[in-house]
Design a protein around this ligand. Structure first.
Ligand code: HEM
Ligand code: HEM
Length: 188
């Protein structure tokens, strides 16, 4: 398996980044659901609400770094050709959708970060290291970025659903091996 992308499939670096980011996104939605519902004095699996907030924010910051690496990698490595089984309209919509997915990968962590800084909540990386607050308490900015964070989190679900739905339809219904272009340890 090549490190760089080939003409028929993605290489190991793209695959690693793709699925690591996917798994961490699942954690983000899971931790968000827990931290906003568990209640201040309760614990879940031995972790307090504050622990879930810390881990949501910390993994979110890691996701921002991974998104930067991923974008740089995409810009400097040639993309594979489109799968021959994708229609022209599917190619056009997928291209637009991938752009929106990149917007979400950046907008979500940046809006989350600005919200907690402008709201005066801060970030304690993995519950250990408090980050400096370069923004300072700014209530209007906190309100605006919280709204962006929530809207982007719903929008991302729509884009991911379309993206995964198209891949699964091709792979399972059309049986064209489409997912093998991205799944780990698979050859197209
Ligand atoms: C957080 C969720 C996801 C995000 C943000 C995401 C994002 C992307 C992006 C941006 C690409 C283009 C290649 C690149 O720039 O790396 C891509 C390709 C791909 N993704 Fe995802 N993806 C997600 C989840 C999924 C899921 C759940 C599946 C499968 C069920 C999937 C299957 C694929 C496949 C097969 C390709 C290659 C498409 C092609 O050959 O044209 N992705 N993904
Ligand atoms: C890709 C990264 C991220 C994803 C996918 C994500 C996702 C989410 C989701 C789904 C929610 C629940 C929204 C709702 O109430 O319906 C949420 C809430 C929240 N997120 Fe994130 N987030 C990310 C990054 C971050 C970062 C980096 C921070 C801070 C440094 C952060 C801070 C917060 C906070 C404080 C809340 C609770 C807001 C409230 O009080 O309602 N998030 N996030």
């Amino acid at each position: 398996m090549l490190i760089k992308n080939a003409t028929t499939h993605y290489g190991t670096v793209t695959r690693f980044l793709h699925w690591t980011i996917f798994i961490l996104f699942i954690w983000q939605y899971l931790s968000a659901a827990i931290m906003t519902h568990v209640g201040r004095d309760n614990t879940l699996l031995g972790l307090t609400q504050g622990d879930y907030y810390d881990w949501h924010k910390s993994i979110g910051m890691i996701l921002l770094i991974l998104a930067i690496i991923r974008l740089v990698w995409r810009k400097t490595t040639p993309l594979p050709d489109w799968a021959p089984t994708l229609s022209l309209s599917e190619q056009a919509i997928s291209h637009r959708n991938e752009l929106w997915l990149y917007w979400c990968m950046f907008l979500l962590p940046i809006s989350g970060y600005v919200f907690v800084m402008a709201g005066g909540f801060g970030v304690k990386l993995f519950g250990l290291y408090p980050l400096p607050n370069p923004i300072g308490k700014t209530p209007w900015l906190a309100t605006a970025t919280l709204a962006i964070h929530i809207i982007a989190s719903y929008a991302a679900v729509v884009f991911i659903a379309w993206h995964a739905g198209l891949g699964l339809k091709h792979h399972l219904y059309d049986r064209d091996g489409f997912l093998n272009r991205m799944l780990p340890f698979r050859k197209p």
